[in-house]
Design a protein around this ligand. Structure first.
Ligand SMILES: [Ca+2]
Ligand SMILES: [Ca+2]
Length: 121
């Protein structure tokens, strides 16, 4: 550090939430103690990086549907949609059936960002 250089620190006062505000732009002033004092200003931009602090949420509640027993293999049974407030890989969603009798039903993911159709296999 150069002689005569004084350090000012900007610190977090309250918890940050990227999903509420992902960028904080502020103007910081430096002032000497002379009389009259001299001042200078600079702009500081703080970007809040994402943490995986949100679970995916299904857009609709419980889904109940029906299908004819004669339905062809590949027939769509239901489409489910979910959202995740995080960003990037923290917001990527995949679907899987984790319980229930479903040996003839499976999920497919033609596009991870689109609703997940549940189809007969
Ligand atoms: Ca997430
Ligand atoms: Ca987040």
């Amino acid at each position: 550090m150069k002689p005569g250089c004084f350090v000012g620190v900007i610190s977090v006062k309250r918890a940050l939430d990227r999903e509420v505000m992902n960028r904080h732009v502020m103007t910081v002033m430096v002032r000497d103690q002379g009389f009259p004092s001299n001042k200078n200003f600079t702009r500081v931009t703080v970007t809040v990086r994402d943490e995986n602090d949100h679970a995916p949420l299904f857009v609709s509640g419980v889904t109940e549907t029906s299908i004819f027993e004669s339905s062809a293999v590949g027939t769509s049974v239901a489409q489910l949609s979910a959202v995740d407030q995080d960003r990037g890989s923290n917001a990527e969603i995949s679907y899987s059936i984790v319980s229930g009798k479903h040996t003839n039903i499976d999920t497919s993911f033609p596009d991870p960002s689109s609703p997940a159709p549940v189809t007969l296999v």
